[in-house]
Ligand binder design. Sequence first.
Ligand SMILES: [Zn+2]
Length: 256
Amino acid sequence: MPAHDRIYRTEGVVLRRHDLGEADRIVTLYTQDYGKRRVIARGARKPHSRKAGHVELFTRVDVLLSAGSTLDVISQVDTLDAYLPIRQNLVLGTYAGHFVELLDAFTEDEDENRSLYHLLVEGLRWISETTNPRRTARYYELHLLDLAGYRPQLNECVLCGTLIQAEDQFYSVMDGGVVCPSCGQHYPRAQFLPLGVLKVLRYLQRSPFEAVEKLELSDTVQRECERLMYAILTHFLERRLRSADFLDRLRRELPT
Ligand SMILES: [Zn+2]
């Protein structure tokens, strides 16, 4: 909350919800201006609550919040975007859940990051409109890692610093990037990384989403990208115990 303000306005996306008492809800929002924040939606579980429809998961809302003694309270809420396709399609809904949980796992409470907020909002729009949710998920994951401070190094060998050439490479999840063939062949932490997969990851990392939508990918390349991204995400998330449930779900794999 801004200092001295009892009432303040922001926008945010609903990441999580918990029941509170008989009729209320605790809503975890990722807000544009204040990062991740838990707030109370009073009466949100009453049958005719005006707030109920606006505090659904993945909804982008405009909120007026008033300072409470522990958690702040939603005074007024309006939906800015409900991302309807996510609600009407189970597979897209699962991807949206993946996006939201990843963001949740990689952020701390009250840590403001407008770029991450922007990525989340864009990510939910992309997944609502995309022709290929799988490729879109990889795009979102790479950019989330970047904005959260874990950008995979795809241009230089993380061991010797050599500029990566157009040939098959290795990748070390522990070291956070590509390992060149001469370092990689004797390095136990390195896994093989075919050139085709590296090229796709580099393209996803540096391109605007609109360009990525035109990218045709074979099933094999998509599977390889997915495998590597899961290894990378798992490596970072394992350090955060509270994400254990999410990790379990990630390991059971997303629908494809
Ligand atoms: Zn090297």
